[in-house]
Design a protein around this ligand. Sequence first.
Ligand code: FAD
Ligand code: FES
Length: 257
Amino acid sequence: MPQFDLPVAERRVPQPEHVELLLEAPALAATLTPGQFAHVWTPGTLRRPISFSRTTPEGWVGLLFRVVGPGTAWLAERRAGDRLDVLAPLGHGFPDPEPGPVLLVGGGVGIPPLFAAAQRWGKTHPVSVILGARSADALVMADDFRALGLHPILTTDDGSVGERGRVSGPVAQWLARQGGGQVMACGPTPMLAAVAQLVGGGRPCWLAYEQRMGCGVGACLACVVPGAGADGRPEWIRVCHDGPVLSSQRLLWPQDA
Ligand SMILES: Cc1cc2nc3c(=O)[nH]c(=O)nc-3n(C[C@H](O)[C@H](O)[C@H](O)COP(=O)(O)OP(=O)(O)OC[C@H]3O[C@@H](n4cnc5c(N)ncnc54)[C@H](O)[C@@H]3O)c2cc1C
Ligand code: FES
């Protein structure tokens, strides 16, 4: 398992309670697939999984996270020059999309890996972006998408920025407008279930599943979710090892189980 001791090059605070650490990691930046994650050592807890948010021309990689508990609180206190012990790159990221339109759907802390996807495929595919969060404070990276020349549609539960409501409305409109195309999404499980249901079986839909994890490398089974194998039989999927990006066709949602 590749393990790195990486210096923090820059610390940003994009929104309240959110921090992005840019790490100097040219070797890692050159091999990353959007949707892969880092398992980061934090004191007194298990490692914490964080998706890569971006790569930069300097050979930096980004980790953008919301402070929710002791691990992310410790990470949020890191400053330029501090070093992080990181296992990476872990898991399977988003596959190269087929030619044609791509819709990126990000919810809350699920937005960062979709920005990495926009960096990778924004110039090779017609990319549309829909971002959602509970309120403006939790809606990250909209300006980063705009800096790539994209025009994200924003939704918030409380209407504090963009359309009031969930991402489902704009997703349904995009699907109705586009005859084909493919969807990549990351966010809370109910959002992923809603996106999978709206897309149905007719076009590719890839979901980055941010399930709680233990070991991060397939050994402890802390992260399993129910799925359906190629032969349709039920199987347990280890999100860290088989995902975190999974085809929506492989996942079983509570209503399917
Ligand atoms: C593959 C993957 C990628 C991730 N990428 C990001 C990212 O890019 N940015 C980001 O902010 N977070 C991301 N997360 C979630 C992040 O790992 C957790 O927020 C973090 O581990 C919390 O650690 P903590 O010690 O601060 O809080 P804890 O004390 O561990 O948790 C605090 C609270 O958050 C809840 N929580 C913790 N992890 C999750 C989770 N995965 N899903 C839902 N609720 C959770 C706990 O139930 C608890 O209520 C990702 C998770 C996975 C599995
Ligand atoms: S976190 Fe241990 S098997 Fe996935």
